[in-house]
Write a protein of this length. Structure first.
Length: 139
């Protein structure tokens, strides 16, 4: 199949001082002239995110972010998720280590997608909340 895409992306970032950072993103994507119905399903017309973060002394940091997409394809639903992260970085024997714990809230528990002619698939989360811990070790 084939499809023509036309769009634009904008990202703005700022750091009012060394400890605070923020970011806002927006993307617009127009999907047209698709040769199959499937090609019309894989692109959200509008998507974006907002985030803010702060770092502290001794390696501590936190951030909050919100992500969303409209899901304009055939049979697609919109999507939104918010994250809050707390992290700590330190050094052991001169090697950097970091730990991040992220809590996510899913505003949309079920997403849908186009599978085939007259067939819409569903993906669901069991819970609106998710907690993820990430450890990074440089060897």
């Amino acid at each position: 199949g084939r499809v023509k895409l036309r769009g634009a992306e904008v990202q703005a970032t700022g750091s009012p001082n060394a400890d605070w950072q923020w970011r806002a993103t927006y993307a617009y994507l127009d999907n047209y002239d698709a040769s199959t119905s499937l090609e019309q399903t894989e692109y959200s017309r509008h998507s974006g995110s907002l985030s803010i973060s702060r770092t502290y002394g001794e390696g501590w940091r936190w951030s909050v972010a919100d992500y969303g997409a409209t899901g304009n394809g055939i049979g697609q639903r919109g999507y939104e998720r918010a994250d809050a992260t707390l992290g700590k970085a330190w050094s052991v024997y001169g090697k950097p280590i970091s730990l991040d714990v992220t809590g996510s809230y899913y505003f949309t528990l079920t997403s849908s997608y186009y599978r085939d002619v007259d067939s819409i698939g569903l993906s669901s989360y069991n819970n609106r909340f998710r907690i993820l811990a990430t450890v990074r070790v440089q060897l």
